[in-house]
Design a protein around this ligand. Structure first.
Ligand SMILES: NC(=O)c1ccc[n+]([C@@H]2O[C@H](COP(=O)([O-])OP(=O)(O)OC[C@H]3O[C@@H](n4cnc5c(N)ncnc54)[C@H](OP(=O)(O)O)[C@@H]3O)[C@@H](O)[C@H]2O)c1
Length: 315
């Protein structure tokens, strides 16, 4: 009697593959996510302090917001936010700049019910207690509601602002509080802060180029139960200059990686201490490329070492 091997198809794998195909096709089709039902929403990770699950890819809005004075820029930001939402993404990082830009940002957030669906992370970026409170309150008025996470930008005047944030959380005015850094030289300071204050979230620079966080900040965050948002996954675009004109190595393609953006993002997401990685983009096709990384197999330690070494030898 002939034997036949029956391969059971894991329904999650099938759905994931279908979703990957859809996401990967979007830039080629010139399409957004509107009208295309993502078969499987973005994977999520747990915020230790609450158990809330957050999608692993978020949006850094700096460039898009700084351009808001230009014609068409508000529509462009709204398009990227709608694309993020359509894929099941929610996390958007921003901060108070000048009041006019905050109002324009708030107008975009209030389009199409976006504000109800997004997880907004904002920041205090000023000196002095009263100025910090005024900045937060102006931010709330401009956006139309309190942000979900309030962070202190690059630990600026952190000892003064932290009691304000602790009090606002106790009063139910904000859900989560945290601090940010974006440079390796600030890692000792954010580690000291984490040890002392146990913030709900930290934000830190981390990528296949900037790997320092994995030897100090990330293990400490995991030990203390602090959620981690990653900034600079592409070193603010410098990474793409470095890999320009280079084809992806065959071993990366064999791992399912289809772009240099996915190369850095899969590296970042392989670290279990990471809750969410922000990718800053004004381009829906780039967002689609970045979202694919959330569905790729996680590289193991050996592959991650190979990825790091490959980028380092480029100089
Ligand atoms: N101290 C702090 O709190 C702090 C400091 C720095 C950053 N941040 C946060 O982190 C966010 C992200 O970090 P970052 O500002 O350093 O930016 P990044 O995400 O490392 O790099 C952004 C650059 O990458 C390009 N890009 C994005 N996706 C791409 C893709 N798939 N293919 C090709 N190019 C792509 C973007 O250009 P396109 O627009 O053309 O896609 C942009 O020029 C910021 O927006 C901000 O929210 C916080």
């Amino acid at each position: 009697m002939a034997h036949r091997t029956v391969v059971q198809q894991d329904p999650i794998s099938v759905a994931r593959r279908r979703c990957l195909v859809q996401l990967a096709a979007l830039p080629l089709l010139g399409a957004g996510f509107e009208g295309i039902a993502a078969t499987l929403p973005l994977p999520k990770r747990r915020v230790p302090v609450s158990g809330e699950q957050l999608p692993v890819i978020g949006l850094g809005s700096t460039k898009a917001v700084m351009q808001l004075g230009e014609p068409g820029a508000a529509d462009a930001l709204a398009a990227v936010l709608r694309a993020l939402r359509a894929a099941g993404g929610t996390v958007v990082d921003t901060w108070s700049r000048d009041p006019a830009l905050d109002i324009k940002t708030g107008e975009v957030f209030q389009r199409d019910g976006l504000l109800d669906d997004l997880f907004i992370a904002t920041k205090i970026d000023t000196d002095g207690r009263e100025a910090g409170i005024a900045q937060l309150e102006a931010n709330e008025r401009a956006f139309g509601r309190a942000s979900d996470l309030v962070q202190i930008f690059s630990l600026r005047d952190a000892d003064i602002h932290w009691p304000t944030l602790v009090a606002r959380k106790a009063e139910g005015k904000t859900r989560y509080i945290g601090v940010t850094v974006s440079s390796d030289s600030d890692h000792p300071a954010i580690m000291a802060f984490m040890r002392r204050e146990r913030p709900d979230f930290i934000q830190v620079n981390y990528s296949v180029v900037e790997t320092a966080a994995e030897s100090g900040v990330l293990p400490m965050a995991a030990d203390l139960g602090v959620a981690v948002i990653v900034n600079r996954p592409f070193t603010n675009g410098e990474y793409f200059q470095r890999v320009r004109d280079r084809a992806l190595p065959d071993w990366a393609s064999a791992a399912g990686i289809k772009s240099w953006a996915q190369f850095s993002l899969t590296y970042v997401l392989a670290n279990p201490a990471i809750t969410c990685v922000l990718t800053e983009t004004t381009n829906p096709a780039h967002l689609a490329d970045n979202l694919v990384a959330a569905f790729l197999p996680s590289p193991d330690d050996e592959l991650r070492r190979q990825m790091r070494d490959y980028i380092r030898q480029m100089g």
